[in-house]
Design a binder for this molecule. Structure first.
Ligand SMILES: O=c1ccn([C@@H]2O[C@H](COP(=O)(O)O)[C@@H](O)[C@H]2O)c(=O)[nH]1
Length: 233
């Protein structure tokens, strides 16, 4: 069975709260995810400060022309992220430029994994249709996955619903990072393609990403520990 780790999503505009959550992640041995909310609100000095001494997934979901994405990635070296994201919908030229930017700019032992976001976990069939995509989420994820892996990503961000198919097809040749995790299998917010931690682990996720179910709970550390228990075989 694939080993699954927990990544805590630090989605807040408040530096002190981010530090409190990151310390819970430190105690339970988790990686932290820094995304747009914290970065835009607190700035890059704060990102570097929060990242210092920690394993960081920098989830900025870059999506622009190849030259701009490559230049942006070159500016992220000082954060020393373990993983970073681009949108696969940026296309193969953008992905190849991102690959090259990592290979050229990051020191050999500090190259982050390049992850391609496939179909956002907040999108269901209706949402796909609304952007004129008349495929199922699974078909769209598989199509983007093939293109993105050919173009040079190390792994994919997908919903738990696609993990088993991707794992069967690519075996252990791809890193699968999986948000859309909910403690109950019931849709209550913006996440549409969801699963519990235990089921995402069984399906073959390398990492699950969890934010609000931990950070908005009455006892974040306890919930994090309970989730980690669900990831044991
Ligand atoms: O398809 C995607 C890609 C990224 N995310 C990010 O993961 C976390 C999930 O947080 P929750 O509070 O557990 O919903 C959040 O930072 C998203 O930006 C995603 O949800 N789906």
């Amino acid at each position: 069975m694939t080993k699954t780790g927990l990544i805590l999503a630090i989605d807040t505009k408040d530096y002190d709260l981010a530090e409190q959550w990151a310390q819970i992640a430190d105690l339970t041995g988790q990686m932290i995810k820094i995304g747009m909310e914290f970065t835009y609100a607190c700035g890059f000095d704060a990102v570097r400060k929060l990242a210092r001494g920690r394993q960081v997934f920098l989830d900025l979901k870059l999506h622009d022309i190849p030259n701009t994405v490559a230049s942006a990635i070159a500016s992220l070296v000082s954060v020393k992220p373990a993983m970073l994201t681009i949108h696969t919908l940026g296309g193969k030229d953008m992905i190849k430029a991102a690959r090259k930017a990592i290979d050229v700019n990051f020191p050999e032992n500090q190259k982050p994994l390049l992850l391609g976001v496939t179909v956002l976990t907040s999108m269901d069939q209706e949402n796909l249709n609304s952007v004129n995509l008349h495929t199922t989420p699974l078909e769209q994820v598989m199509k983007l996955a093939g293109m993105a892996l050919d173009a040079g990503v190390d792994g994919l961000v997908c919903s738990p619903e696609e993990v088993a198919t991707l794992r069967k097809f690519y075996e252990d040749k791809v890193v699968l990072v999986v948000p859309g995790i909910r403690l109950e299998n019931a849709k209550t917010d913006d996440q549409k393609r969801i699963m519990t931690p235990a089921l995402a682990h069984k399906a073959g996720a390398n990492w699950i990403v969890v934010g609000r179910p931990i950070t908005q709970s009455a006892n974040p550390q306890q919930v994090a520990e309970e989730i980690i228990c669900q990831l044991q075989d």
